[in-house]
Write a protein that binds this ligand. Sequence first.
Ligand code: SF4
Length: 412
Amino acid sequence: MKDKDLSESSDEPPAGSSSQSLKQFHSAGRGFWRDVSDADWNDWRWQLKHRITNAEQLQRLMPTLTPEEFAGAKLANTKLALAITPYFFNLIDPADENCPIRLQVIPKVAETHTASWEMRDPCGEDSHSPVPGLVHRYPDRVLFLVTDRCAAYCRYCTRSRLVSNATGYDFHPEFDKQIAYIAAHPEIRDVLLSGGDPLLLSDEKLENLLSRLRAIPHVEFLRIGSRIPTFLPQRITPELCAMLKKFHPLFMSIHSNHPRELTTEVRDAMGRLADAGIPLGNQSVLLKHVNDNAEVMKAHMQKLLMCRVKPYYIYQCDLISGSAHLRASVRKGIEIMQQLRGHTTGYAVPQYVIDAPGGGGKVPINPEYVLSHNADRVVIRNFEGKIFEYPEAADGTPLSKPPKEIEEPELV
Ligand code: SF4
């Protein structure tokens, strides 16, 4: 598909992507790697070793690469490295330059354009970091950065200043110092391991780290944030799951943005994690031409539930330098939330948030459902636009007057 005007996002789902077809599960297949043995293909280390990491490789595998993509891939290593696992590469539609998978992992020259309001560290992590690799922004929990490496690199990554070390950030976590800080702060009850991707550590290293954190009496709850289940489902081995289940309560937040990422391989990997008793949530980033469409997003949320994953957050894309071409509007995000709430299972409705620029933390963004609120009553609107009143009472105080009857719900 060539020459499509990308200046405006469509309210219509892409052609051929009806809700039912978006929710069908398919295998990523073998594609270019059809002669590779099953043992190699299903080996996560083989997948990592055979990642696509430069413009020439990309062009050889995908002759339909556009000049904008080829030039972007050439420049990538000065900003955020290029890497795509063979498995994930197979999800790209080479005939569609607006393919939602392709837009997430193939660089474009537009990444080098930085607007004045964009930032290197949009969530202010470095300024909330008491020791290298630890972010303590909320009172009772910390973000523990484990590595700067990922299985593949998302072109909108909020941590692109450090991830892959393309800009020379030179990230070196110091587990001893990070763990010592947590041990010395009894208010920390929740530790989120992230990065980079913590599941790139070997089982042994990860087990060692989790054991040390579990040994701290005030750490109640462990979490792992990982994109590996969608970039590299082969990593979710029975051995990994057996190890992780020793550290309950342990939750995992995965990251997927489009229903096509949820393949049979991902569904099986999620099943292994869920069978190990790990509650699974998904974080999506709202991205222009990827998932800024209510039908696509609803299918994605419903398909996540079919994979035993609860949709947890939709993030407004952070103001990361060079991401303007991928950022959808907040107006679009609110519209999508409006199309989810009440229109599908409550479990399929995540929280839409903006991470307040500069380090203000997550702020929930909702369509307006409370129309007015005073000492006596709350006037609310439901998902169909009908208006209702709910009588309000201050604690223990009788209502000052009976609630006014509303004969018929009104539409706004
Ligand atoms: S997997 Fe996460 S940390 Fe890695 S590039 Fe993607 S968004 Fe960034």
